[in-house]
Design a protein. Structure first.
Length: 294
């Protein structure tokens, strides 16, 4: 079992809404009605993505925690609201990273979510991303060796799910083995791209190593709810695996295959691929995935 622990920082930047939308299936628009979703003393929860991935989440309040406390977690997610004074938040981030350098042997990874990016144009997003990243690394100097990743995120597209997926994958011990397994699977069956998703949260815990295709990822993500809802009508007890093809155009389709433990394999492949009905292929892959994850 993998247990990832992280903390979400910077007060009133959208961190509580991220947790509600991603892990509690709340609609992003409903967050507009929340005036003060988290008390100033923070909160703690354990989120089970599925039977083998659990996340222990601690949300900081208005004050940043002590450096000793930070070093108890594996990943710090620092959320910066791009629609507020992000320069102040960036200074807090630098101070936080510098403060844990004395505990470097136990220092956590940092994932910086540049949040609410939906309010910016495509050009402004990239400009702000590059500017914040450069300023943070310039200030840190030799501390650049500490793992700090930056992500543009929004609740109104799939960017927040992609960012959280990357955080989860970073600490999944079998991630490299899963990638190799999906690489071999794609090569054997001429698949363009493959993702292993957690159905409930729509966080993907692995993919093959081919170049990312943002459009394909978005379509795979959108197809999960559609297929899962329809499958519930015909297979409510999920006795048999769900296999479905979704045609994207005359050349490509997405094949959805449910796997045990709340997972689903989604493959982007040629429209004329005929392996979708071959349950034996997926049963063999499911056995291999289970062996790697347990």
């Amino acid at each position: 079992m993998f247990i990832g622990a992280w903390k979400l920082y910077h007060n009133r930047c959208g961190k509580s809404t991220i947790r509600r939308v991603v892990f509690q299936n709340q609609e992003p628009s409903s967050s507009l009605l929340l005036e003060n979703p988290v008390s100033s003393d923070g909160g703690n929860s354990v989120v089970a993505l599925n039977s083998f991935v659990q996340l222990q989440i601690s949300t900081a309040g208005e004050e940043l925690p002590q450096h000793e406390e930070i070093c108890l977690v594996r990943t710090v997610i620092f959320v910066i609201d791009l629609q507020s004074d992000w320069i102040v938040a960036m200074s807090e981030l630098i101070k936080l990273i510098e403060g844990v350098k004395v505990k470097k042997e136990n220092a956590p990874d940092f994932a910086v979510f540049l949040h609410k990016s939906d309010g910016l144009s495509a050009k402004d997003k990239q400009d702000v991303y590059k500017d914040i990243r450069k300023q943070v690394f310039d200030e840190l100097g030799p501390l650049n060796a500490m793992q700090v990743e930056f992500y543009l995120t929004s609740l109104y597209d799939h960017s927040i799910l992609h960012a959280i997926s990357k955080v989860v994958q970073r600490h999944l011990n079998s991630n490299e083995d899963l990638t190799r397994l999906l690489d071999n699977f794609c090569q054997e069956h001429s698949i363009q791209k493959a993702y292993l998703f957690d159905i409930l949260s729509k966080v993907y815990i692995a993919s093959d190593s081919s170049s990312p295709d943002p459009d394909a990822y978005d379509l795979c993500n959108d197809s999960i709810d559609v297929v899962d809802d329809i499958a519930f009508i015909y297979n409510p007890h999920k006795i048999e695996p769900t296999i479905a093809d979704i045609n994207l155009d005359s050349n490509r389709k997405i094949t959805f295959v449910s796997i045990s433990n709340g997972l689903a394999l989604l493959c982007v492949c040629s429209a004329n691929q005929k392996f979708g009905d071959n349950c034996k292929i997926y049963k063999e892959l499911e056995t291999k995935i289970t062996q790697l994850l347990f």
